[in-house]
Design a protein around this ligand. Structure first.
Ligand SMILES: C[S@@+](CC[C@H](N)C(=O)[O-])C[C@H]1O[C@@H](n2cnc3c(N)ncnc32)[C@H](O)[C@@H]1O
Length: 273
């Protein structure tokens, strides 16, 4: 599947996606992923930051609110149009471009202090090319932090296991190696935000999202081959108290759903002279 076709899926998802995200119905983002991502991120004020696969700009605006000078890119025309509309209404000085992560030719070499990406890189058909493109625009020593669905649990074949009371106890995973590393295939995943009100969930057409399956080693080895050092991995999950209070994030304590990579573009010896 090429980027044009992937973009057409995201353009079709865009209207409902934008409404749901801005309503705060992405409870995994609000209560699990973003708190972990931003804690790990630390201070980015004054940095020039790229948000890769920025969608309609929800987190892009948060990066700008932390004092960064932010550029967002996304393959979907409608996501970028919506991000631009928001920027016009509430300017933060964010610059948006419609572009696939593997070809961000409008961005100069070594021009960013940090590249960030939230829940996008598992959706790329051309992961390796995109990682090399991100390395191109980052300064030596630049930060690259991104989150993805966890490749070891969100496999091509997976289903929940339940106990006698109907509580989730684990997942069965499979087909982990089937499509990686050299011939990543794609499937269309269909789902809607579980945190949305019941009537919305019952009446809204599910998102249709092309998914690409990669092993953990493919994620990791591609990064190191492109010139990154991986500094830290983090598997965000709800605290015991948060899970008790918000049952719809409790399943993040059963298996790791998400994985955050914190990487650094290596400074090559000739660059230190
Ligand atoms: C799950 S959404 C996440 C959006 C945003 N980062 C957020 O946290 O709200 C994934 C995004 O990846 C974008 N995307 C998919 N393939 C892409 C590619 N090859 N290059 C850039 N963006 C891509 C989609 O258009 C979509 O906006």
């Amino acid at each position: 599947m090429d980027n044009q076709e992937i973009a057409s899926f995201w353009d079709a998802n865009a209207p409902d996606w934008i409404e749901a995200v801005r309503a705060g119905w992405d409870v995994y983002r609000e209560m699990v992923n973003n708190p972990a991502f931003f804690e790990l991120l630390g201070d980015i004020s004054g940095m020039r930051v790229l948000d890769v696969g920025c969608g309609e700009g929800y987190n892009t605006r948060k990066f700008a609110d932390l004092g960064a000078e932010v550029v967002g890119t996304d393959v979907s025309r409608l996501m970028i149009a919506s991000a631009n509309d928001h920027e016009t209404g509430e300017p933060r000085g964010i610059e948006y471009h419609q572009a696939p992560a593997s070809d961000m030719g409008m961005l100069a070499d070594v021009s960013f202090d940090a590249a960030l990406s939230t829940m996008t890189l598992m959706d790329l058909g051309d992961y390796a090319e995109s990682i090399r493109e991100i390395a191109r625009v980052l300064k030596p020593g630049g930060l690259f932090q991104f989150s993805v669905t966890h490749p070891c649990t969100m496999t091509r074949m997976w289903r929940w296991m339940y106990d006698d009371r109907g509580d989730k106890t684990g997942v069965v995973v499979g087909d982990y190696f089937a499509l990686a590393p050299s011939r990543p295939g794609s499937d269309i995943d269909e789902w809607y935000f579980g945190g949305a009100p019941r009537d919305v969930r019952q009446t809204t057409r599910p998102f249709r999202i092309p998914r690409f399956f990669r092993t953990l080693s493919e994620y990791f080895n591609t990064l190191t081959e492109a010139g990154f050092s991986v500094e830290k991995l983090f598997e965000p999950h709800a605290s015991r108290q948060a899970a008790a209070k918000h049952p719809n994030i409790a399943d993040t304590r059963v298996i790791p759903y998400f994985l955050i990579f914190r990487c650094r573009k290596r400074v090559e010896p000739e660059e230190t002279n």
